[in-house]
Design a protein around this ligand. Structure first.
Ligand code: ADP
Length: 630
């Protein structure tokens, strides 16, 4: 028995281990596959995205090439007509460049042009001019003014006349005659032949005089602004124009102001030469130059203008477009491409919006996790079901072994003693009637014990196989007690008096009467078996707290507190030798417990070793009907 149970235990552990491996191995595989699948999926979607981005970038690059080629053509077309200054203004007005250098046929800057070298002043040879200058030097402003006026009137050359008028106006202003000076400006430069006259440095005199007019009378400022905005009229050199623009309000008043300054700065730093067709770095920081076909114009572009021009081509792209000048690399996560032939050294890149990629990944990962969880759940549930089935099989196998062992052992004793008694009766040639009777009574008792054992085995076997059916009917407790007492009389000698107390008017219980009789019989049997000497056994039926309670009390050997739970387990016996002598096999109380529970009731034991035990079975007065055995 011990060896058998050891082997069984080993087998059970082995099976458990196999079951565990059976669950763990697929679980680990599923997790591994899931992890690999997520990784592959991520890589695949990254590559797909990168491929799509490269396609978009190629389109963008071709678009950028076409755009810069068109820019070049537009620039060339813009400077084909009119003066260089007018061409300058046209390019800026049309937004074709941040600034521009318009070249002449020889490839020299025509607008803006470098300052002209000051020639020897021809007027210094004229005595009347020198006289007027002398008077002005002596602060004889009215005399000087008269002399200048005379020259202005006489002179044929508009440049000379204009310079004399300038002297006249200067003297009027210096003498404090502001109104006279303003009038003279209007008179000489308000229109007509002096409007385009220039001084030896090439400066347009009218423009300077309009600045003076604005200083004398702020209401006259508009005339200067209009003149400076007009690139097709007087040929104002760029340097003079920038100076006057600064005086008259700067960038806020003149759309070409920034372009003028950029061009001037460019010319001060660099000699003009450029290869047509591509954007090249200029001598200025953050500034790029583009020579248009035909060699008549060079467009200047700030880095920010180049970037926003390319960005303008990418309308509708969801990803973040990066435009990187030479030396600035795109971010690691971005997909990059050279920006095309027009932008040597530049790169364009597309980076996926951070949330878009993580959203795709999240959704895919989630679906994998769900599939994995489902697979693991299926494995776990299958393993659980297999485990349950195996547990049941083990239980049944063990039960069978125990039952066979118990049956063979318990049946052997009464059969052996009966056989001895019968043999001795048969051997006796002239049997003594008194002895014969005594032997027959002994045989009858052994027989009873045998049938009680078999009865318990059968009941137990039925219960275990769930074949026991209970028939619940309204049952009177006193009838159960009476039936039990009648049955017990066969088993327990009459000299062992059993005291019976039944409370009057007990309510009926919903129960299987035969099963309840079995319960009481088993309890009374035990009370008899485990009591020696002068027995005092009491059977009570009473009502307590809404329950009908059957109590069986004895003054027997009692049960230790730690054993009181165990005695309800099947085949459990506190003292095996004693129990066997008494003719038990450890099934009685487990049968009691099973039947009482099937009735929705409860069995309890109160006991003290050496002082006796009291078993109470409480059944609800109006119990829930359980139908067939659970
Ligand atoms: P058995 O057939 O061995 O009596 P039971 O299931 O009826 O099996 O009882 C289990 C064990 O509980 C008994 O072996 C005995 O040790 C103990 N037992 C049961 N009833 C009593 C009692 N009235 N007094 C003392 N011990 C008892």
């Amino acid at each position: 028995m011990t060896i058998g149970s050891q082997t069984g235990d080993r087998g059970r552990w082995l099976t458990l281990l196999l079951l565990l491996i059976g669950v763990l191995a697929p679980t680990v595989s599923v997790l591994w596959f899931m992890n690999a699948a997520i990784g592959n999926q991520r890589e695949a979607s990254r590559q797909k995205l990168a491929e799509a981005y490269r396609g978009q970038l190629r389109l963008l690059r071709d678009g950028a090439d076409a755009m810069w080629a068109k820019r070049g053509d537009d620039l060339a077309r813009a400077v084909r007509e009119g003066t260089a200054a007018a061409a300058f203004q046209r390019v800026i007005d049309r937004g074709l460049a941040d600034s521009v250098i318009v070249l002449d046929d020889a490839g020299r800057p025509a607008y803006p042009a470098p300052g002209r070298a000051i020639a020897v002043d021809a007027l210094s040879a004229r005595p009347d001019w020198m006289a007027a200058r002398g008077l002005e030097g002596w602060k004889d402003f009215s005399g000087a003014a008269a002399a200048y006026r005379e020259i202005a009137k006489e002179a044929r050359d508009p440049d000379v006349a204009a310079r004399a008028a300038q002297g006249l106006i200067r003297c009027l202003a210096r003498s404090g005659d502001k109104a006279g000076a303003s009038r003279a400006i209007e008179e000489y430069f308000g229109g007509g032949r002096l409007a385009r006259a220039a001084d030896p440095g090439g400066r347009v005199i009218a423009a300077d005089e309009f600045l003076l007019a604005a200083e004398l009378d702020p209401a006259a400022a508009a005339r200067l602004t209009t003149l400076l905005r007009d690139y097709s009229g007087a040929p104002i050199p760029s340097a003079q124009r920038v100076f006057l623009m600064d005086e008259a309000g700067g960038a806020a008043s003149f759309p070409t102001y920034a372009a003028e300054r950029l061009a001037a700065e460019f010319l001060s730093k660099e000699r003009v030469q450029s290869t047509a067709g591509a954007l090249e770095a200029s001598g200025l920081p953050d500034t790029w130059k583009l020579a248009a076909p035909g060699g008549r114009v060079i467009g200047l572009y700030r880095t920010s203008t180049v970037i926003s021009a390319i960005r303008g081509l990418s309308g509708g792209m969801s990803a973040a477009l990066g435009v990187h000048p030479p030396g600035a690399a795109p971010a690691a996560a971005a997909e990059g491409l050279p920006a095309g032939a027009a932008l040597p050294g530049w790169q364009i890149s597309l980076a996926p919006p951070a949330d878009a990629r993580s959203e795709i990944d999240r959704r895919q990962t989630l679906s994998y996790i769900w599939v994995a969880l489902l697979a693991i759940a299926v494995v776990a549930v299958t393993a659980l079901a297999a485990g349950q089935a195996m547990r049941r099989q083990w239980r049944l196998a063990r039960l069978k072994t125990d039952l066979v062992a118990a049956v063979s052992h318990e049946l052997k004793t009464p059969l052996a003693s009966m056989s001895v008694l019968v043999d001795s009766l048969l051997d006796d040639a002239a049997p003594d009637p008194r002895r014969t009777r005594e032997y027959l009574e002994l045989i009858a008792r052994e027989n009873l014990r045998l049938s009680r054992l078999i009865e318990n085995f059968l009941t137990f076997s039925r219960l275990e196989r769930r074949r026991q059916r209970f028939e619940f009917t309204a049952t009177r407790p006193e009838e159960v007690v009476a039936s039990a007492m009648e049955a017990v009389r066969e088993r327990i000698p009459a000299d062992c008096g059993i005291e019976v107390t039944v409370e009057p008017g007990l309510p009926a219980v919903q129960a299987d009467a035969d099963a309840l009789v079995t319960v009481l019989l088993n309890l009374l049997d035990n009370a008899y078996k485990y009591t020696s000497g002068e027995r005092r056994i009491v059977l009570r039926a009473l009502v307590r707290a809404g329950h009908v309670v059957f109590e069986v009390e004895d003054n027997g050997i009692g049960i230790a507190a730690r054993e009181q739970k165990r005695i309800f387990r099947r085949f459990y016996q506190v003292d095996q030798r004693l129990a066997r002598d008494a003719g038990g096999c450890g099934l009685g109380l487990s049968i009691v417990d099973y039947i009482v529970k099937a009735h929705g009731g409860e069995v309890r034991v109160e006991s003290e070793p050496g002082r006796g035990s009291r078993f109470s079975v409480a059944l609800p007065c109006a119990p829930a009907v359980h139908g067939a055995a659970a």
